[in-house]
Write a new protein. Structure first.
Length: 242
C-alpha cells in the first residue's frame, strides 16, 4: 500500500498522527474566538506525530531543510533557532545540518542565549540561517523584531519565518496593550498572543525590512507530500532571504 503517513523528525512511516488537543477548541468556544479552524496551518485532525509528538509545521520545516535545503548543497555554517521546538531542535542537532547551531529565547531555559528578539545582542550578519516560528505574534513590536532578524542575517542568508495566519482575514488584528487573557483568547486565539495576521499584511511587513519572501505551498511540494506529512492544503512555508 506504500507510505501513507511519514514524520521526517522520527522517520516513522505509517505511524499516524494525533488531533489537536481539545483545549484549544474549548477555549475558542468559551471566549468566542471566531477564527478557530481558519489558520493556514495547524491541521486539527493530523496535528502531532503519534510517535514523537512533532507538530505539522515542524514536520514541514524538517522535510524542507533535509530534502530541499541540504540537497541543494546550501548548508549554512552558522544558524540560530529562536524559541526552539524540542523535537525540531533535536532533529537539527542529530542531522548536523549546520556547522554551528545555537538557540535563543527570552523566557525559555536551556538555550544558548536568553535574549529579546526585538533587541538582539549579535553583530550585523552573524548568521547564515535562522528559524523563527510562531514568535512574532507574541512580541510587542513585530516590525522591530523583523528588522533585527534582517540585521543579524548575512547577505545571501536565509531563514524560516512563520506566524499564525488566518485564511480570508483582510487585515491583521493586533493590540499589544491588551493584557486580559480572556480578551486575548477572543481576539487572537491564545492568551499569550497580541496579534493575528492576515496573509497580505504578513508578507508586506516582512518585505519592508528588506527580506525577499518566498512562499512554498502545496503546488510547490505536491499534494501527495502534504497528505503524507499530514498538512492542511492551505499550508504555506515562508522562507526569507537577504
Amino acid at each position: 500500500m506504500g507510505t501513507k503517513t511519514y514524520c521526517p523528525l522520527c522517520q516513522v512511516k505509517n505511524g499516524g498522527f494525533n488531533p489537536l488537543p481539545d483545549f484549544y477548541k474549548l477555549n475558542a468556544e468559551q471566549y468566542g474566538f471566531i477564527h478557530f479552524g481558519n489558520g493556514e496551518m495547524t491541521a486539527h485532525e493530523t496535528y502531532s506525530c503519534s510517535k514523537c509528538g512533532a507538530s505539522d509545521r515542524e514536520r514541514l520545516y524538517a522535510y524542507w531543510l533535509e530534502y530541499f535545503y541540504k540537497s541543494e548543497d546550501k548548508c549554512a555554517n552558522k544558524a540560530i533557532h529562536f524559541a526552539p521546538e524540542a523535537g525540531l531542535s533535536a532533529f537539527l542537532q542529530k542531522t548536523e545540518l549546520f556547522e554551528e547551531y545555537e538557540t535563543a529565547d527570552l523566557m525559555m531555559g536551556g538555550v544558548t542565549y536568553e535574549t529579546d528578539l526585538m533587541n538582539l545582542p549579535f553583530t550585523d550578519g552573524s548568521y547564515d540561517f535562522f528559524i523563527c516560528s510562531h514568535v512574532l505574534e507574541h512580541v510587542f513590536d513585530d516590525d522591530a523584531a523583523i528588522r533585527e532578524l534582517f540585521r543579524v542575517t548575512r547577505k545571501g542568508g536565509q531563514g524560516i519565518l512563520m506566524a499564525p495566519i488566518i485564511v480570508g482575514l483582510s487585515k491583521t488584528i493586533e493590540d499589544p496593550s491588551i493584557t486580559d487573557e480572556g480578551e486575548r483568547w477572543r481576539l487572537f486565539g491564545q492568551n499569550d498572543h497580541v496579534r493575528l495576521y492576515a496573509h497580505d499584511d504578513y508578507v508586506a511587513r516582512i518585505g519592508v525590512s528588506g527580506f525577499k519572501v518566498h512562499q512554498f505551498d502545496e503546488s510547490y511540494f505536491g499534494q501527495w507530500l502534504f497528505k503524507k506529512l499530514g498538512l492542511k492544503s492551505s499550508s504555506i512555508l515562508y522562507v526569507v532571504s537577504k
